[in-house]
Design a protein around this ligand. Structure first.
Ligand code: IPE
Ligand code: IPE
Ligand code: MG
Length: 253
């Protein structure tokens, strides 16, 4: 039996909060929105919000570890976010390094496995190398699977999967008859993972932004106006509590 080493305590004491484990979603996906507005409201530049958002990321990862969530997928940068000013993009692309410098050791001791979903080939090389290092260092861990959606787009993911499946059909590695939903999902970035049970979006908007279009087909959605830097373990628990009340019928009765 492996022992969980608690994360360093910070101002928000996670030890003081308890959450019953039954009916916890296995896979939670989060659209972390509202970081720019959080900073603008304080008369500061948007990147200050992104910086604060990193603290929320680690707090929510800790909570997910504590509640035995199996997979946590965080939307960090979409394929549409390249439309932003260069200076903001550069700052965001530097965040994985800041995050991992601060927390990789903790994540490793908590048995967290890091993965990236999205087109890693077109990330700046320094960002790619940093996240690749974390992926390699944690690949044998068996605790929480932490997916960062980086340069991720759902339509692109489905299109790429389709192209790869067609290539395999052409190479006779797969027959057209074999290509069903289960086979197809093996070509997605989320291959081998269960689909999200719960989608959370912070920041007040109610849209998907090209996130996990295939995988969210039957997920429960939970929205909050709270901006990502203000999102806390307490808010996270609210989402989990509401999830517990939902009746998932998957089309049945
Ligand atoms: C989400 O917050 C983080 C990223 C997309 C990187 P935003 O940057 O979209 O913040 P708002 O929505 O403009 O407040
Ligand atoms: C948040 O949405 C997407 C991510 C967290 C990556 P955006 O802020 O990019 O999108 P809008 O505001 O819905 O356009
Ligand atoms: Mg936004």
């Amino acid at each position: 039996m492996s022992m969980k080493i608690p994360f360093f305590n910070n101002k928000q004491s996670v030890e003081s909060m308890h959450y019953p484990e039954e009916n916890t979603p296995e896979h939670i996906a989060i659209i972390m929105d509202g970081t720019g507005r959080w900073a603008e409201k304080r008369g500061m530049s948007r990147v200050y919000g992104h910086k604060e958002g990193v603290t929320t990321v680690i707090n929510i990862v800790k909570a997910a570890v504590k509640f035995n969530v199996k997979v946590l997928t965080l939307y960090a940068f979409s394929t549409e976010n390249w439309k932003r000013p260069n200076s903001e993009i550069e700052y965001i692309m530097g965040l994985p390094k800041k995050f991992l410098n601060m927390y990789l050791a903790d994540l490793i001791s908590n048995n967290v496995r890091i993965k990236v979903i999205g087109d890693m080939d077109h990330l700046p090389s320094s960002t790619r190398e940093t996240v690749q290092y974390a992926i390699d260092r944690t690949e044998n861990n068996e605790g929480l699977q932490l997916n960062f959606a980086l340069n991720y787009g759902g339509k692109q993911e489905i299109l790429n999967a389709m192209k790869e499946a067609i290539a395999d059909i052409n190479d006779a590695k797969l027959s057209l008859d074999q290509l069903d939903k289960q086979q197809f999902s093996r070509y997605l970035y989320t291959s081998g993972m269960t689909d999200p049970d719960l989608l959370i979006r912070t920041g007040g908007e109610k849209r998907l932004n090209n996130f996990l279009l295939w995988q969210l087909a039957y997920s429960e959605f939970w929205f909050t106006d709270v901006l990502w830097p203000d999102f806390s373990e307490r808010e996270f628990i609210k989402a989990l509590e509401e999830y517990k009340q939902r009746k998932r019928r998957f089309g049945g009765v």
